[in-house]
Ligand binder design. Structure first.
Ligand SMILES: Nc1ncnc2c1ncn2[C@@H]1O[C@H](COP(=O)(O)OP(=O)(O)OP(=O)(O)O)[C@@H](O)[C@H]1O
Ligand SMILES: [Mg+2]
Length: 471
């Protein structure tokens, strides 16, 4: 009963205020109203210790959305879903996943360095009946930040920068990423959706962590690179036998940092000039990849000798001669080692910033030392045969098991043989068909035993050969 009375009286007070306001709007001249609003604001702010900053969705006359508003919107997706009571669901164009942001007229609180502040979202509905070609400008959305005036300096100089930086980072993370390839002197792209991650990459955990830490440190080191006066880029050389996960690692790197991939096919780049032009079109936040660098171009001393020998063979054979002429007509690449070095660390390489350059090769010893010296290729990563730790990652990924009675046998065999993660993965694949991990593990054991026998026979044959030679 008491509640009902309270409601009625509160209702009637609000009703009277609205009525007085309507009369005031109707009968008092604009100047008087403006004056009243000005002094009432001053009066309120005298007692009200909080500062409010409004961030509008559209600024000035422009029809483009404010970057700051978008950054704040992204920033607020971090804790909107757990804090706000009414949420708006949007699908991100990039990965089709749902993104939850707080709905209009919602408020969430957050702590920054022990300071409490509040974000609220508002919308002013434009009641004008004019027809607009820019419907977005009709409803004016905004975010409002409220905090105690005592923290004014800290919030303005520090917190807002933090919000913008984080918001932009979230945007980058959620954007649709692309895989570019060069063709006819142009980059063309498809959506990059490789599922590889460092979690699914089979390698020693310590090594994996070291690489991840290195990548994350690089991505956060803009200031550091500026301070030491170096272009914000880092070179990685991935080397090892086929099937050890070099390409998979590149995909995992791009996924970890949210970068695009530019898969540069050097053999279809005509000359250094074209290489430079392609380079200037590469955006920041990207991984530039040159796979099988040893096969891409005639870049090393050893390869020159080899090609010269090959050339002699070709000269002797008319069919080969004809085929070679056709290839060199359609593929007249004149990119040189110095052109490539310029690409990696010349003046041109600095445009864009935040770039990883990754070379892969199966034969590191074939590469010209100038190409891979430290400073150019900052980190050399050997991708090797599958060890037991790497096997356990694969077993967890493919079979969803972390231990099994057959593991001890596999541990022994795997340490005595050279099997690639790709081959191990092949044996763990059929699980979907048989449904029993044991079948997969037994098939792997069989393969490992065969490999071991082959290896033993090879060693024996070599020993016999040596004995014969010494006799
Ligand atoms: N370390 C690894 N972790 C997880 N999967 C791997 C790993 N190595 C290889 N694989 C599996 O094997 C397949 C082939 O690997 P990948 O293409 O990465 O090898 P690569 O080292 O790039 O070989 P190549 O030298 O022939 O280019 C991948 O699709 C992946 O499924
Ligand atoms: Mg590869």
């Amino acid at each position: 009963m008491a509640f009902a009375e309270l409601f009625t009286s509160v209702g009637s007070i609000i009703g009277s205020l609205v009525f007085i306001w309507a009369i005031f709007q109707q009968y008092f001249p604009f100047e008087l109203r403006a004056c009243f609003e000005k002094y009432s604001h001053r009066f309120v702010s005298f007692f009200y210790p909080y500062v409010q900053i409004t961030f509008n969705e559209f600024t000035g006359e422009g029809f483009t959305r404010s970057e700051v508003y978008i950054a704040i919107q992204n920033y607020l997706t971090r804790n909107s879903s757990s804090e706000a009571k009414r949420l708006k669901a949007d699908s991100m164009q990039s990965n089709q996943s749902l993104v939850l942001t707080m709905d209009d007229h919602e408020e969430i609180a957050e702590q920054y360095e022990g300071i409490k502040l509040w974000w609220s979202s508002g919308r002013i509905i434009n009641k004008s009946q004019t027809i607009s070609f820019h419907p977005a400008t009709e409803d004016k959305r905004f975010f409002m930040l409220t905090f105690h005036r005592r923290y004014r300096d800290l919030i303005i100089s520090q917190y807002l920068n933090h919000v913008l930086k984080e918001g932009k980072a979230i945007k980058v993370k959620n954007r649709q990423r692309k895989l570019f390839t060069n063709q006819d002197a142009q980059w063309s792209h498809v959506v990059f959706e490789h599922p590889a991650t460092f979690k699914t990459l089979a390698m020693k955990p310590e090594r994996k962590k070291e690489i991840m830490d290195d990548l994350i440190a690089f991505s956060q080191a803009e200031e550091f690179y500026k301070e030491i006066g170096r272009a914000w880029k880092r070179g990685y050389l991935l080397y090892g036998p086929p099937g050890t996960g070099k390409s998979t690692m590149i995909a995992a790197m791009a996924n970890l940092l949210g970068y695009d991939i530019y898969d540069l096919e050097l053999t279809s780049v005509k000359n250094n000039l074209e290489l430079r032009r392609l380079l200037t079109e590469i955006s920041s936040k990207s991984v530039v990849v040159i796979e099988d660098i040893d096969c891409s171009l005639d870049l090393t001393g050893q390869r020159t000798n080899k090609t010269e020998k090959g050339k002699k063979d070709i000269d002797k054979d008319p069919i080969k001669r004809m085929m070679m002429r056709e290839i060199s007509d359609t593929n007249p690449s004149e990119v040189t080692l110095s052109g490539l070095l310029n690409f990696i660390d010349g003046l041109w390489s600095a445009c864009g910033g935040e770039r990883l350059i990754v070379f892969t090769t199966n034969y590191v010893e074939k590469l010209d030392p100038a190409l891979i010296r430290k400073g150019r290729m900052d980190k050399h990563i050997e991708m090797s045969f599958c060890g037991f730790e790497a096997f356990k990652v694969l077993a967890k990924n493919y079979l969803k098991i972390e231990r099994h009675p057959l593991f001890s046998k596999i541990e022994k065999l795997i340490s005595e043989t050279a099997i690639t993660p790709a081959d191990v993965a092949e044996h763990l694949m059929p699980k979907a068909v048989s449904g029993d991990p044991r079948d997969c593990l037994e098939s792997l054991i069989e393969a490992l035993e065969e490999l071991k026998e082959e290896e033993e026979e090879r060693v024996k044959a070599e020993q016999n050969k040596k004995k014969e030679e010494t006799c």
